[in-house]
Design a protein around this ligand. Sequence first.
Ligand code: BV8
Length: 236
Amino acid sequence: MAGMASIRNIVILTGAGVSAESGIDTFRDGGGLWERHRVEDVATPEAFARDPELVLRFYDMRREAIQTRQPNAAHAALARLDAAWPGELLIVTQNVDDLHERAGANRVLHMHGEHLNAWCTACDARSPWRGPLIARPACPECGERALRPDIVWFGEMPYRMDEIFAALREADLFVSIGTSGAVYPAAGFVRNARDLGARTLELNLEPSQGTLWFDEARHGPATELVPAWVEEMLAG
Ligand code: BV8
């Protein structure tokens, strides 16, 4: 990608595709999560109010599954970039697994929450949580049996949007990795970045819904594309 030498501040958006090769189901690929569960049945506040046990089991299963998976070469490459990059760098992830952190990345922002936290609807505290929630355990802070997954459901406001837009305003380069571009506001970040003067790059198995908004798009598995791109950036 020409002009990489003038890049100082980078925003990276990742989605389920960056964890696919670690064996974590994506949402919209064949056999993905939404083929087996209707979104409105398991990933909305209304679903949780209507059938809390169904929703809690859905997230208990996924919270347990991610703890049996390992980061892949794409997570490792992004962690290398995070450690070595002298300018600003922010990994905004839509993923709710902890594979970026376990690969060693530090500058990570989970805009859609995290499997390994529980959120108390009584006292609003968020507590690290690795076990199931189906038995409605007590909140570690207030003791109320009012914990829910710390996940941003459809219709809920994603986390830390002000920080994300502050980073996009400073970005010279916006890179989208492993996301279908199906869900907003994340899917619109490429257009925000362009309007704010950043160069834009898509690294994805196949063209995303927003692929035409990117200056450049490379298609293939993340474990091949991401290490190659990181080496390019660190060599630059
Ligand atoms: C909000 C947590 C407002 C849940 C998630 C009509 C038009 C536009 C918008 C809307 C609309 N109606 C409703 C909306 C808003 C809605 C939305 O965008 N809906 C879409 C479906 C139309 N958005 C929201 O509700 C958001 N909130 O808008 O709030 C508001 C305003 C004011 C006040 C209050 C509220 C909240 C959205 C967050 C929902 N939660 N996740 C959970 O995890 O269970 S979304 C979920 O899907 C993921 O988190 C992710 O963010 C999103 C997209 O998934 P991807 O990560 O992209 O995964 P996907 O499977 O789709 O794609 C995988 C990609 O990887 C593919 O492209 C594939 O090719 C690629 N890939 C696969 N393997 C590999 C690979 N790439 C590389 N290598 C590989 N090996």
